[in-house]
Each structure stands twice: as C-alpha cells, then as structure tokens.
Design a protein around this ligand. Structure first.
Ligand SMILES: NC(=O)c1ccc[n+]([C@@H]2O[C@H](COP(=O)([O-])OP(=O)(O)OC[C@H]3O[C@@H](n4cnc5c(N)ncnc54)[C@H](OP(=O)(O)O)[C@@H]3O)[C@@H](O)[C@H]2O)c1
Length: 319
C-alpha cells in the first residue's frame, strides 16, 4: 500500500533566490518522508494554465511551495506595474486553482512586506495587509500578491483546502538577481562594489542611503519555509523576518558590502535617485511565539558569504 505520509513537495520558482535557499537547506538535512521537485520557468510557463496542469500532473505533488513570480526591485517595478500585476495574477490563479483541482494537501505561497499599505503604523503585522493602498512604485506587484491571501481564504472556506502564505522581508543570498537595473538593492550593491573594486572606481549608491530595511538571508528563509510547510497550520500569513531592532539603513548595508569585498574606494550617494518607501518595519512577534529560539545568521556574515559566492560565480550569476 502507498505510504500516505510521504510528501512530494513541488517548489515553483525553484531556480530563483528563495528556491535555491530552500534547496540548500533541504539537501543539507534530508528527511526520508520528503521528496523535493524544483521547477523553473523552463519546466513550465505558469502563466499558462494548461502548462501548469501538465507539470502538476507529471509530478503529482502532495505539497506545493509556490515561489514563482515576476520579481523586481524598485526601478524595475516603477517601469512596468501593469506587467507585474498581470503576470503575477495569472501565475497565482493557475497554481492555486490547479492545486485545488488535483487535491494538493497544502500550498505555502510567498507574499512580501513591500505589499503592505504605504501609510501605516509601524511595526506592520500580519493583520494589516489589506488596510490601505500600497506604495505607488509597486502597486501592480502588491495587489497581485495581496490577492493570494484573498484566494487562500476563499479556497480554505469553500473547499476545505490548506492554503497559506508567508511574508518575508527583503531577501538576499546566492543565486539572487544581481542585475543593476532590475534587481533589489543589496544584490545591486554587491554587483556594483565588485565592479568598482575591479575597475578602481568610486561606488555610487542610488538614493540618500537613509531608507531602512530588514534583510533576511535566503538560507535562514529556507529553514523557516520548511518549518512553515511542516508545522504551520493557520490560513493567515506569517511574517518571516529578523527583529525590528535589526532593521538597517541602505548606507549601513552598503558599508557591509564594502567590508565584504574589502573595497577601499570612495562612496557617493546619488540623491537624484528615488529612495522608495522610507521604511517598512515588520514585526516578527508571531514568528517568535512559534519559534522563540530560532537563530538568524548575523548580517555581516551573511553579506560576506554572499559577496564570496558572487565573486566565485560571477560568470554564471544573473547579472
Ligand atoms: N527577493 C526578495 O527580496 C523577496 C522578498 C519577499 C518575497 N519574495 C518572493 O519570493 C518568491 C521568490 O522570489 P525570488 O527572489 O527567489 O525571485 P527570483 O530569484 O527572480 O526567482 C523567480 C522564480 O520564478 C520563476 N518564474 C518566473 N516567471 C515564471 C513563469 N512565468 N513560469 C514559471 N516560473 C516562473 C523563475 O524561473 P526562471 O529561473 O526559469 O526564470 C524563478 O525560479 C517570489 O514569490 C517573491 O515575490 C522575494
């Protein structure tokens, strides 16, 4: 008889930053009752429902970690809000509806703290997602992500499914998108400092450096994702973040990257560039109630490791 406790875990977006973090953690500590399948866009274009269904029928997952998304930094989002909205809406609709149709036992999707209301009180928590419009710079991505929470509630209410979501803060680590125009702030800085060191040129940081962010290392996020998949049973999302006191300025982040590469050149702030949302401090109180002992990798160590990974993998990294 088939072992019903055996999990086949399909990870959509498995080739990206977060997916590779989960893969590293899962491979380090394999469990006999878990088998992982990591999908990329080359396996199936999840904006296409038929292709989504074919992939799900092929792998027959019992569990899904849904990461696949059109993801970008501030400048990429500002240029293409409509595309971010439409592509992400299509992917999420297809993944959740096919999961329901094929009887997947649990789906954990991925939201982001940058989808929360622009005008809010801090720290933000899980109950505030729908309390007001998101920042104008990334409204397309934000509304598409918020609809995952709406669909999770609806599917669970109407069909008794077990769909939930996590809310990470800014993620960084190996396999990130280090493209200077499209990527997020930290991988952008890592790429820039690498180049400045190589060419002996000053480092120009976009914006004033005053904006503040909570960064989470992809390997820490991978450990937390697997805990959510195995243990977390609420529909309401859970914020996966370091504590509020660990929020740092872009200036501090730039200085840690400079340290990570031992870069000795000058630092210039280009204040004609937008800072985006000044801060989006998130509370990890709910996470701490579940996992009071969880230890995050110190940020200087995590940034150093990512700088080293980027140097060693420059030829194949997404630049
Ligand atoms: N990065 C962050 O700071 C951050 C913060 C909070 C939440 N998140 C969320 O975390 C999740 C993963 O993000 P990430 O940073 O790992 O992004 P990423 O590195 O850009 O990876 C995106 C993944 O999605 C796949 N994908 C994109 N379009 C697809 C399509 N049409 N069909 C199938 N697969 C597609 C990509 O496949 P290919 O490799 O083949 O292109 C890749 O595996 C996303 O849901 C994102 O919203 C990210």
């Amino acid at each position: 008889m088939a072992n019903t406790s055996q999990k086949r875990i399909l990870v959509t977006g498995g080739s990206g930053l977060v997916g590779q973090g989960i893969r590293t953690v899962a491979e380090k500590d394999p469990r006999a009752d878990e088998e992982f399948i990591f999908l990329s866009s080359k396996d199936a274009d999840l904006t296409d429902r038929n292709a989504t269904k074919v992939a799900f029928e092929k792998y027959k997952p019992t569990h899904v970690i849904h990461l696949a998304a059109k993801v970008g930094g501030l400048y990429g989002n500002m240029r293409a809000n409509l595309q971010f909205f439409r592509i992400n809406m299509a992917i999420n609709e297809n993944v959740l509806s096919v999961s329901k149709e094929l009887g997947v036992k649990k789906v954990v999707s991925c939201l982001s703290t940058c989808i929360f209301p622009d005008k809010t009180t801090y720290p933000i928590d899980e109950k505030m997602i729908h309390n007001g419009p998101p920042h104008t710079s990334n409204y397309g991505y934000s509304y598409a992500k918020r609809m995952i929470d709406v669909m999770n509630t609806g599917y669970n209410q109407q069909y008794g499914t077990n769909f939930t979501a996590v809310v990470p803060t800014n993620v960084f680590g190996p396999f990130d998108n280090f493209n200077l125009e499209e990527g997020h702030v930290l991988p952008g800085l890592i790429h820039k400092v690498y180049k400045c060191k190589e060419n002996n040129t000053p480092l120009t940081v976009w914006g004033t450096g005053r904006a503040r962010r909570q960064f989470i290392y992809s390997l820490d996020l991978g450990r937390l994702f697997l805990w959510v998949l195995r243990e977390y049973e609420e529909t309401e999302p859970i914020i996966l973040s370091v504590g509020e006191e660990e929020e740092i300025s872009i200036k501090e982040a730039a200085e840690l990257v400079v340290k990570g590469f031992d870069f000795k050149g000058e630092l210039i702030y280009d204040t004609t560039r937008s800072d985006g949302q000044y801060k989006k401090t998130a509370s990890n109180e709910k996470l701490r109630k579940y996992l009071p002992e969880f230890k995050f990798t110190p940020i200087d160590q995590a940034i150093r490791e990512t700088c080293q990974w980027f140097s060693s993998n420059y030829e194949t990294a997404r630049v």
